[in-house]
Design a binder for this molecule. Structure first.
Ligand SMILES: *Cc1c(COP(=O)(O)O)cnc(C)c1O
Length: 592
């Protein structure tokens, strides 16, 4: 190894950060790093070696933590590998085009020669030619498997032969390994001291935005990478979010399966087009597709708001476009655009078929659909750090879900409730009482939860059981979904609403109590008896174990109760909001 590493890196005395000089465990007063002492969750420098994260990864990957290096995307690792091994103006790297572009860019930046040995027509490495191209200065060979942009996996036997015969470092880039059935080369780390395997959170893990790459190698190589990296190359937010993601890695597997199914469907759909000349077999989440008139198709798709990767001018990929596998709807849209490319005016029956196969049963015009997808992508970009679009809150709320399903069956009622506290305000409520449904819709909408309430009640007798039991089940759903209540605001309150003066104050403190100061002069609103309102909130308060203090004045009875439900929703919205940076119980008592 020593003769592969650049002499100046061997001699290098790395920067010693405050956090790497003192490694004590426990509570200390930290006056060593010139940080701001006031805790906002991020005022301290992150762990420079990301030990907690590596330990967790070590368990999942079955690789010792000392053999893991983490970086700001795999891209950073590729750059650092060049830094450690390649003397500028003297050494060279070998790449196997057509392949990923970053290997060359990293070498070009470092003024390191790049030797290209094309893959064979079947996109497998040409071992003989690679070995013939290498000399004493060939320090690094990049093998990408599954390969980007071709999508195929490299035969294990050939990689093994290269590891045995190539005199330098072999970097096996497994960015797409999560989509492949091929075994990871990390299994060979013990056998080959010159092996480096890179993987990433950007593809299968669905976390390209956090920028986190993994490198696996023997300890000695990892030590060199640690020597040359920037002191705090993986920031606190990334480490924190990756930890959350690793807790839920089974869900990631399910997503990957869906993407693979979609790839299969997309492949089948593409093969129907006469202008598709060849679909290359893929072990990744994309398809390389050779088409007639690639440039025209590429431009046509842009017009239809679909961006694909144009690889038409890449040697050995001539005439090809690379399609990433999207969601079901996105893939259907792509296929429909391809239909339009063959026959610019799709027949009315096709138009209809497509619309019906989408999410909504309502036929949608071509333009409408584009507009819709346009607004979707705009809202995904977000408007900065607004509450709703905060990408971190969005991510965290999905990775630590707060949902509940309550089934409550008695002789009088059969109730099924599904609640997602971190939803978007969608509702699907069927209690048999129209006005009650309307009130529950208000609750979902104005507190931003997703709520489904399905009730079969004994309405032939009266509304009492249906309303009261629904409230009990709903309260229970809130109690369940709130879980341990860590990080929640706990309190919520709300003041004037509409033309009525309504106050709803609420405390999820664990004790039921209801104060009700609202009078209703009409007996019924819709099919809902007004005397049941107090029962609803009493039952909810009992089951959710919350204090509720409700006051309402006004003349319009409909507005008054609607105001109460809206204010109730707003109060809930405030109280269930989580502060992810401060996962404390909102009490001094230690339990809620
Ligand atoms: C996407 C990709 C990567 C990932 O790079 P990150 O910096 O981790 O996002 C690495 N290698 C290949 C071949 C890729 O296609």
């Amino acid at each position: 190894m020593q003769h592969l590493v650049r002499p100046n890196i061997l001699k290098l005395k790395p920067y010693s950060s405050a956090r790497s000089e003192f490694k004590g465990e426990g509570n200390f007063i930290l006056l060593d790093a010139n940080e701001n002492p006031y805790n906002n969750g991020l005022n301290r420098y992150p762990d420079p070696l990301q030990l907690k994260l590596k330990k967790r990864l070590s368990g999942i990957k079955n690789i010792p933590a000392e053999q893991i290096f983490l970086s700001n995307g795999s891209d950073e690792a590729i750059g650092l590998i060049t830094t450690v091994f390649c003397e500028p103006g003297q050494d060279n790297i070998i790449i196997l085009p057509p392949t990923f572009g970053m290997y060359r860019v990293a070498a070009d930046v470092a003024n390191v020669e790049v030797r290209e040995v094309s893959l064979m027509p079947d996109f497998q490495p040409n071992v003989e030619a690679i070995l013939a191209a290498a000399d004493d200065h060939s320090k690094v060979l990049y093998v990408c498997t599954p390969n980007n942009p071709t999508g195929n996996s490299m035969q294990a036997e050939r990689i093994r032969e290269l590891l045995e015969k190539f005199k330098g470092i072999v970097v096996v880039d497994e960015a797409y390994i999560d989509f492949s059935e091929q075994e990871s080369c990390t299994n060979w780390l013990d056998k080959f001291p010159n092996l480096i395997v890179t993987q990433t959170f950007s593809k299968g893990w669905g976390m390209a935005g956090v920028r986190l790459g993994m490198t696996f190698a023997n300890e000695e190589i990892i030590d060199y990478l640690n020597k040359v990296k920037m002191p705090y190359n993986v920031n606190e937010l990334t480490q924190w979010i990756a930890m959350q993601a690793l807790e839920n890695h089974t869900e990631v597997q399910a997503r990957i399966q869906t993407i693979l199914q979609e790839r299969k469907k997309l492949e089948a759909a593409l093969s129907q087009f006469s202008f598709v000349k060849k679909i290359f077999p893929s072990d990744a989440n994309f398809l390389l597709v050779q088409v007639e008139k690639p440039r025209e198709l590429y431009d046509f798709l842009i017009e239809k708001k679909v961006i694909v990767r144009n690889r038409a001018n890449v040697p050995m990929c001539e005439g090809s476009l690379r399609f990433s596998v999207g969601t079901e709807a996105e893939n259907e849209w792509l296929v429909r655009c391809l239909e339009a490319f063959t026959s610019p005016r799709p027949s009315p029956s096709k138009e209809r078929e497509f619309a019906l196969s989408g999410d909504s049963a309502k036929p949608v015009s071509f333009e409408e659909e584009v507009l819709r997808s346009e607004t979707d992508s705009l809202s995904l970009k977000g408007e900065g750090w607004g509450e709703v679009d905060n990408p971190i809150l969005k991510f965290l709320s999905q990775s630590t879900p707060r949902t509940a399903t309550v089934q409550r069956t008695t002789k009088e009622t059969d109730i099924n409730i599904h609640l997602n506290l971190d939803g978007t305000g969608t509702s699907d409520n069927h209690t048999g009482i129209g006005f009650f449904d309307h009130m529950l819709d208000q609750l979902a909408r104005h507190s931003g939860v997703d709520l489904r309430v399905h009730v079969k009640g004994d309405l032939h007798i009266d509304e009492h059981h249906t309303i009261e039991d629904t409230a009990l089940a709903l309260g229970e759903a809130y109690a369940q979904a709130l879980g341990d209540k860590r990080g929640i605001e706990r309190y919520g309150f709300c003041l004037p609403m509409d033309d009525c003066l309504v106050q709803v104050a609420l405390d999820f403190g664990g004790r039921p109590w209801l104060v009700w100061e609202a009078e209703f002069k009409r007996e019924m609103i819709g099919q809902m008896p007004t005397e049941m309102f107090i029962h609803f909130f009493k039952s909810f308060s009992d089951a959710a174990k919350c204090n509720l203090n409700i006051k309402a004045e006004g003349t319009n009875e409909h507005h008054k109760i609607e105001g109460i439900f809206k204010a109730f929703a707003k109060a809930i919205k405030m109280a269930v909001r989580r502060d992810f940076m401060n996962r404390q119980l909102p009490t001094t008592k230690g339990v809620l």
